[in-house]
Design a protein around this ligand. Structure first.
Ligand SMILES: *[C@@H]1O[C@H](CO)[C@@H](O)[C@H](O)[C@H]1NC(C)=O
Ligand SMILES: *[C@@H]1O[C@H](CO)[C@@H](O)[C@H](O)[C@H]1NC(C)=O
Ligand SMILES: *[C@@H]1O[C@H](CO)[C@@H](O)[C@H](O)[C@H]1NC(C)=O
Ligand SMILES: *[C@@H]1O[C@H](CO)[C@@H](O)[C@H](O)[C@H]1NC(C)=O
Ligand SMILES: *[C@@H]1O[C@H](CO)[C@@H](O)[C@H](O)[C@H]1NC(C)=O
Ligand SMILES: *[C@@H]1O[C@H](CO)[C@@H](O)[C@H](O)[C@H]1NC(C)=O
Ligand SMILES: *[C@@H]1O[C@H](CO)[C@@H](O)[C@H](O)[C@H]1NC(C)=O
Ligand SMILES: *[C@@H]1O[C@H](CO)[C@@H](O)[C@H](O)[C@H]1NC(C)=O
Length: 796
């Protein structure tokens, strides 16, 4: 009978305290040893939570039945505590103490405490001797999250955390103080609020008409109640399809978006928190202010994903200040302006303007020149130490200086956004070189073939060694981040599609590729790449990289269809290429037709040009070789495996040298302590072009002694070219010989591409123009592709 009454009470007075659950008694305590106070249903728990892999702990409340164990409240985000810390309930307080017993945080209830309870709503309460109200509760002292049945009174605030994993006070707050729910950016790290970027506009001079409470009701609706009882919904927020099978929460994200989420209580898939609705609708355009950095950090830009959550990126030539905090802004990878060492050098030598359209930094103009043509505009920016970006709209030229603020994705129509960057592409798109581990190989040694062989062996060794050295670190997935333009597959789906990973298509440098068939899709044959070593363990980074790859669309690239991120499984799903690899096509007898080879070479060059210069996020491939070029059914050449280099490098491994690429195709600068640029791909393309011309591999080891000079294709091609014996390269192939003009020209282009000095190599754009015959190949200067050593040059 008593429990029936309790049940009735629960049904009809859900927000009233229920003393039967208040079973945490005075002088109970918890330490960092993993104990917790859980709610009767077990849905929520109160206790210490370890922060990532650190040895720091947060006193918090979390959803205890879902794998993400999402934290909904915490006491000491600004001051995580080490192992040995303790929280204790005393008759006067709830106190959090560090290992020395110093109080770090306390609840400070109004009167004497009788007991405490972790309720099934997620509210942790302290009770006094008055059973009608709680004397303190986490629902009235929220951090960044509110839960169903929680009501915020006037004067309440939510603070965003700094990043997804750093619970320090962040850059945004929700202020429900003056009748309206306002979202404000904060002049971080102070607490000074800038003007709001969202307001519910429910303030009224007449108090009874003004907003009075922010309610997250039991059926998961969030609204503002006015003093006289009237309800105000947020614009464009509808009722949600409430079900008791879901958990709900609403969180002021570290990105400033206040979002309501749901999560299935009993989930068989690894689907995480699903965003239901957010304010503001478009965070990227919500903030626009002349002080502060805007919706994202300085020098970065914001774009809205399909699920309406913002994402942040750096423009070309810039990297995140803190790779773990994408909201923290970007910095150029090169000295801005006219540095000391730049003194006498021509800026045109040092800088170039890279076009980067559809992103706008609406402020920061300091000069407008008109009428001006693009050449004049670029020149003016190049020679101006303050100029970081030039915008050219046909007749006018605006110049902008750093720091850039309020960056956002926007169709900029005809306007060209020209970014001044240092000429070499900053390291980071594909490889970050070590400062500590200086290369041991002298570039001059690269001149001799014998040495080259030794080096190739060393490279192979290094590659194997490095690959083995990297370990896949385990880290819990964070399903609260979702959304992608690509399809997310479950592991089970892929297991079914590949029939238990039966048919192996190939073994690439990143893992094994399997063939699969999707029943539910029209483009149903797929290639599933199981990534075996991965540094971007964090789901967010993984998705960002995968999304960047997903944004590439070009007829000479293999299209990424989706991915799977589940437990320790990381898989990428590509369209299936029916005609195998270029290696299989080229290195078989009889030789494939010359004109077909020409078409393929052009296709690869176009794909590379797109990756380097035409896509949103320039990508250096770093591993161009015939095994990574696939042929579709036409057969058209399609580059695969691009963009993966970055996936395999986490911020932690940045200090390690890692030589990417495959022997025979790696550019010499991999051995030097210089930034790796897109020119490494040009080098590899040069080698590949020779292979396409000659239909042989770049390195052939098991040759007869008399044919020794042929072992290294680049050396041999060079010798043949210099000696006027080009016909040997195509083995007297009649069709190719009839096309002699092109043959000679293409050999010249390849040799130019494998110039030792990266800056002397052509860009892919020039390569295309030369291959297509629109640009003449300049006379090869007396030089040897591999060295500056004198003896070979004497042949000239
Ligand atoms: C309080 O009681 C509930 C069941 O009534 C139990 O699940 C929970 O563990 C108890 N908490 C403590 C701290 O004893
Ligand atoms: C509650 O405690 C206060 C002292 O803390 C006391 O004055 C009051 O009488 C108590 N009320 C009840 C209902 O026990
Ligand atoms: C969170 O970020 C702040 C500010 O950058 C930093 O001082 C603090 O150490 C970070 N906390 C953790 C746990 O990483
Ligand atoms: C409350 O908001 C209104 C309208 O936004 C404003 O006019 C008024 O000054 C504010 N009052 C306080 C105390 O901030
Ligand atoms: C919250 O809003 C109130 C009323 O508009 C204002 O007085 C107060 O300064 C705001 N607080 C913060 C921290 O923004
Ligand atoms: C929650 O709010 C919605 C919208 O105002 C309303 O339809 C629903 O009945 C409310 N649910 C409860 C349990 O009060
Ligand atoms: C709720 O469910 C109905 C029917 O399944 C659907 O039509 C509607 O769009 C859903 N509403 C929301 C807000 O998801
Ligand atoms: C741009 O203007 C300069 C000087 O007025 C002129 O020399 C140049 O030819 C123009 N370039 C183009 C592409 O119109």
């Amino acid at each position: 009978m008593a429990s029936f009454v309790t049940l009735l009470l629960l049904l009809f007075l859900p927000i009233q305290p229920d003393l039967s659950m208040a079973n945490i008694t005075i002088s109970s305590s918890l330490t960092t040893n993993g104990n917790m106070w859980s709610s009767p249903s077990g849905d929520f728990a109160f206790g210490f939570r370890q922060l990532g892999n650190s040895n720091l702990f947060l006193l918090s409340i979390w959803f205890n039945k879902i794998p993400a164990r999402t934290i909904v409240w915490q006491a000491n985000g600004n001051n995580p505590l080490p192992r040995g810390s303790k929280v204790e309930l005393t008759a006067s307080n709830l106190v959090l103490m560090d290992p020395k017993g110093l109080p770090i945080w306390q609840a400070n209830p109004a009167t004497t405490v009788i007991s405490a309870a972790m309720l099934d709503t997620g509210n942790f309460v302290l009770e006094g001797n008055d059973s009608r109200t709680y004397i303190w509760e986490t629902f009235k002292n929220p951090t960044d999250t509110i839960l169903p049945t929680q009501i915020l009174d006037l004067g309440s605030k939510l603070f965003s955390r700094l990043t997804e994993t750093n619970y320090s006070k962040g850059r945004f707050e929700l202020n429900f103080s003056n009748g309206s729910l306002n979202l404000n950016p904060i002049a971080w790290p102070s607490e000074f609020p800038y003007n709001f970027y969202y307001s519910s506009r429910t303030y009224n001079e007449n108090p009874s008409e003004s907003g009075h409470q922010l309610v997250f009701n039991e059926s998961a609706n969030i609204y503002i109640v006015k003093m006289k009882g009237e309800i105000a919904q947020f614009p464009r927020w509808g009722g949600i399809n409430y079900t008791v099978d879901n958990y709900y929460r609403a969180t002021l994200g570290f990105d400033g978006v206040f979002t309501q989420y749901s999560h299935p209580k009993h989930s068989t898939t690894s689907q995480g928190w699903l965003p239901l609705q957010s304010i503001p609708i478009n965070m990227c355009t919500a903030i626009f202010s002349d002080i502060g950095s805007g919706p994202c950090g300085f020098n970065s830009y914001c774009s809205i994903q399909e699920n309406r959550q913002p994402t942040y990126d750096c423009p070309p030539g810039y990297v995140f200040l803190d790779p773990n905090n994408r909201l923290g802004g970007c910095k150029p990878t090169f000295p801005q302006g006219c540095g000391l060492d730049d003194g006498l050098r021509d800026p045109v030598e040092l800088y170039e303007l890279r076009q980067f359209d559809n992103v706008d930094w609406p402020l920061n103009d300091y000069e407008r020149l008109a009428p001006y043509n693009q050449t004049e505009c670029e020149k003016s920016c190049l020679h101006d130490c303050s100029c970081a970006v030039a915008i050219f709209d046909g007749s006018q030229c605006w110049k902008k200086r750093l720091p850039l603020s309020n960056g956002r994705y926007r169709r900029t129509g005809f306007s060209r956004i020209l970014f001044k960057v240092r000429k070499e592409v900053p390291a980071g798109y594909c490889n970050i070189r070590s400062e500590k581990e200086k290369p041991v190989l002298l570039p001059a040694l690269l001149g001799s073939s014998a040495f080259l062989n030794v080096i190739l062996l060393v490279v192979t060794f290094l590659i194997l060694f490095r690959r083995r050295e990297r370990k896949v670190k385990k880290e819990g997935s964070d399903p609260s981040i979702s959304g992608s333009t690509l399809r997310s597959f479950t592991y089970k789906e892929l297991e079914e599609a590949t029939n238990g990973f039966m048919e192996v298509l190939g073994r690439g440098s990143f893992g094994i590729v399997y063939k699969g068939i999707l029943k539910s899709s029209s483009r149903n044959v797929i290639a599933v790449k199981k990534l075996d070593r991965l540094a971007q363990e964090r789901e967010r980074e993984f998705r960002t990289e995968v999304n960047a790859i997903g944004k590439t669309h070009h007829k000479n690239l293999v299209r990424l269809l989706g991915y799977c991120y589940e437990g320790s499984h990381r898989l990428l799903i590509y369209e299936f290429m029916s005609n195998g690899t270029l290696a299989n096509f080229l290195f078989t007898l009889p030789r494939p037709d010359w004109h077909r080879r020409i078409k393929i070479a052009l296709g690869i060059a176009r794909g590379l040009l797109y990756l380097h210069e035409e896509c949103d996020f320039p990508i250096i491939h770093c591993d161009i070789k015939p095994q990574n070029i696939l042929l579709d059914d036409s057969p058209t050449a399609r580059i695969s495996d691009f963009g993966l280099a970055k996936l395999l490098l986490s911020s932690q491994t940045r200090t390690h040298t890692m030589i990417r690429g495959t022997r025979g195709y790696v550019a010499p600068e991999w051995f030097k302590n210089v930034p790796v640029t897109a020119k490494v791909d040009v080098y590899s393309f040069g080698v590949l072009l020779l292979e396409i011309i000659c239909c042989r591999r770049s390195v052939v080891m098991d040759l007869e002694e008399s044919e020794d000079e042929k072992a290294i294709l680049t050396d041999w091609a060079y010798d043949c070219y210099v000696g006027g014996r080009i016909h040997l390269l195509v083995d007297n192939d009649k069709v190719a010989m009839d096309d002699r003009e092109r043959l000679k020209k293409w050999v010249e282009i390849s040799l130019w591409c494998i110039e030792e000095e990266p800056s002397k190599r052509p860009t892919m754009k020039m390569v295309i123009e030369m291959l297509e015959g629109f640009l003449d190949v300049p006379l090869l200067q007396p030089r040897f592709p591999f060295s500056s050593s004198g003896e070979n040059q004497s042949q000239w």
